[in-house]
Design a protein around this ligand. Sequence first.
Ligand SMILES: [Zn+2]
Length: 395
Amino acid sequence: MNRVFVLITVAVLFVACVGIPISCQNGPSGIQEPVRDYRPVMEKTPTVRVLLVNNAREAHIAVYGSYQITGSLTNIIDQGQGLPKSAISINRYGINIGAKQYSNSEIRITSLRDGEIEVNNIRYRGEIKILQQVSNRFSVIEEVKLENFVAGVLGSEMPHSWNDEALRAQAVVIRTYVMYKRKEKRDDIYHLDMLDLAYRGMAGETPRINKLVQDTVGMVMAYNWNIFPAYFHSTCGGHTEDIHQVFGKESIPPLRGVVCKYCANTKYSNWRVEMNKSDIEKRLREANISVSNIQTVNAIDQGTGIHGAIVEIIAADGGREINANDFRLLVGANNLYSTSFSAKSNGRSIAFSGRGYGHGVGLCQYGAQNMALKGFQWTDIVKYYYPEMELLRVY
Ligand SMILES: [Zn+2]
């Protein structure tokens, strides 16, 4: 990817910018937002490696058509017509699939046609790699075309009933995030795992979702000719947050936070939850953070989006400070919706009043949907949430 963006830099000196018709239409803003065409600075169909199963002792695989199994040296070690649902396991002799044994520490299963391989009852379009790990454990990695992966994630990360323009904007955001991870982890066994993005193979796809992804094929966001981690979240609560505040990464204009009035009066724009102090203590203890007799907690060091960077825990033993995002994940991201909250002790519990759902960085999904409903185009939406970025088509 470094090479790719050197190429982009060279391209900008020599190539006239060509707007792509679909994205050159004017939105309500009246501002033309072209996508600059730098094709082909990347291979036509880049792939991405996704960790599907990690450190497991058992998983299941099935193939519904012709398939081939190759070893790490790409020599064919087996082939067949359909594979009934079979258990994958490891022993000291190698990898077992059903009753068959392969004396390899890595095998790759490819089907003749897309989407004929099933792992743990989910269909995948890509090639499946099984890698032996220590103690009879293994990982399963899918190597899939990037556009297919974007479609799978889009179908899992945003409601299918939402507006086309919001879904197109989300597709570009996902693609940019994936390209960033692909660059960041280019030398690793895999680029993304199941914690990075919601992905359930083909289960998230529909013909409409695939078409909306295809409408923006190869289009990504860049700042200063670099792809950036295009985070997104459900609801910002009024202002998106600076990336540095939440993830400690470099604060660049597209990820510095913007005012967002578009998610006002939505499901999670304002909320109130109550949590038992003993539950909070228990969850913290499970992560080896010991505090006893919590009095209250405070979200401090708030950024421009009013999301706290630190949570200060006031307790009988003096308390402590921990990273706010870590705190939220420890007590449950679906219990404490965001780190933009104020808290009040209420006897045995703490009452949290807050705004928004998610970490608050990048695209606000409810905001994007409401912008789309007001008639904004996907280009307006991404330009709004990631100021000063450039839209590029790279393949
Ligand atoms: Zn918002």
